[in-house]
Design a protein around this ligand. Structure first.
Ligand code: BTN
Length: 245
């Protein structure tokens, strides 16, 4: 594995994307930073992480034959891999909060930002950014309900070991994509999903609160929610959020 270790950088995703643009990089090249000055989250948000305390890294995957329409399967692979790794280390309930946050009980412990480099209808390369809260003890209120492996277990963790295990777990779940076993992969994802098949309050784009339950996720990543009148509605990332946790 080609691993580039940096003390500080704006964002490991931005760094790896630029590098992949300029040079041919080995599959599974990793950029790991102790500190990010402008860590990026989904939807243009910021990823704030205590310097040297957590895992903040990006991983490059090169593809030969991966259609854009299948991109959400990669998101499933990465979420399941992070989930597997945290579950191996601490025995509490962890889930995946759609689309790809990792929750420890109800608090966010990891976030994933996948950025794709496209060629026609195919994904040529993906830069997979992962932020996992490992040894940080205190979190600013401004970032919402967050926790770390340290906070839920009382012990410090070896970040290199966690990194190695996440990469191994990505390789493990990636086989489902290689073998085009998408149905099985989705089943694994759905059964690990926060509030899957449970009556839950949601909020739509216009601020309307409604009751529903998650029954499926489409391969484009859209969430399928069954409403009280037993009809289903599908929502894209920006169209729905959990009303309460
Ligand atoms: C999110 O939950 O909004 C996604 C957070 C992703 C954060 C990681 S940290 C390493 C990589 N570099 C970035 O700038 N972002 C990702």
């Amino acid at each position: 594995m080609n691993i580039i270790k940096l003390n500080a950088i704006d964002s490991t995703n931005s760094y790896l994307k630029n590098l992949a643009n300029k040079t041919v990089l080995e599959n599974y090249t990793v950029v790991l930073a102790k500190h990010q000055t402008s860590g990026r989250g989904q939807f243009g948000t910021k990823w704030v992480s205590g310097s040297g305390k957590n895992l903040t890294f990006s991983l490059l995957i090169n593809f030969n034959d991966f259609k854009i329409e299948h991109q959400f399967y990669l998101s499933m692979v990465v979420s399941l891999a992070v989930l597997k790794t945290v579950k191996m280390n601490v025995k509490i309930p962890f889930t995946i909060k759609w689309p790809n946050d990792i929750l420890a009980d109800k608090d966010k412990i990891a976030g994933i930002l996948i950025e794709n480099i496209l060629s026609g209808n195919y994904i040529k390369q993906s830069v997979i950014g992962i932020g996992l809260n490992v040894n940080q003890k205190q979190f600013p209120e401004s970032i919402g309900k967050a926790t770390s492996l340290r906070n839920i277990s009382g012990i410090d963790f070896d970040k290199d070991e966690l990194l190695k295990n996440i990469i191994l777990a990505i390789q493990y779940y990636f086989v489902y994509i290689e073998k085009k076993e998408f149905k099985k992969l989705k089943e694994l994802y759905l059964t690990s999903l926060y509030k899957y098949q449970k009556p839950t309050m949601f909020e739509d784009e216009s601020g309307i609160i409604f009751l529903g339950k998650i029954v499926d996720v489409f391969e484009d990543g859209k969430l399928v929610v069954e409403l009280e009148n037993e009809t289903t509605r599908k929502f894209s990332l920006k169209e729905i959020k959990f009303a309460s946790r």
